[in-house]
Design a protein around this ligand. Structure first.
Ligand SMILES: [Zn+2]
Ligand SMILES: [Zn+2]
Length: 146
């Protein structure tokens, strides 16, 4: 039996599924603080899981592709919904075998299954101040699952 994760964009015109071998551990969340992710997601950081490229299949609609650059240098392929703007994936040009999925697009049940924080990257671009503020309940939640 395989592990099935599902997701969709905000307008629900595009849906996807990720089929992972049941023997694989569930993907852990990687938080990225790079400036590209801030802009791409319109947020202070991006929340991602890394899966094999072949595991991701769009089941309804198809995303638009944006070719951009990353803080690291190589071109990055980014798939997003052209109707509602939801960012689905990013894929570094030098990494054909994997694809990075934004966990905010996962359906609730799937997101809960991948809730474990694996690592944070690009911390030197991390925004200061957010973590210690009193209404940082979201980051407190993430930390508590670690
Ligand atoms: Zn959409
Ligand atoms: Zn990033």
């Amino acid at each position: 039996m395989a592990t099935l994760l599902t997701g969709a964009c905000l307008c629900q015109k595009i849906t996807y599924r990720v089929d992972l071998p049941a023997t694989d551990p569930l993907p852990q969340v990687i938080l990225c603080h790079c400036t590209s992710c801030k802009r791409y997601t319109g947020s202070a950081f991006s929340s991602n899981i890394v899966v094999p490229r072949s595991a991701l299949v769009y089941t309804t609609g198809s995303p638009k592709l944006y070719l951009g650059h990353s803080d690291r240098g190589p071109q990055v392929r980014r798939q997003f919904c052209a109707d509602c703007g939801t960012p689905f994936t990013s894929q570094p040009g030098d990494a054909d075998e994997i694809i990075i999925i934004k966990t905010g697009t996962l359906d609730e049940e799937s997101r809960a299954r991948c809730g474990q924080l694996g690592q944070e990257i690009w911390c030197r671009s991390k925004d200061e101040g957010g973590e210690d503020s009193e209404d940082a309940s979201q980051s407190a939640l993430i930390v508590s699952t670690n």
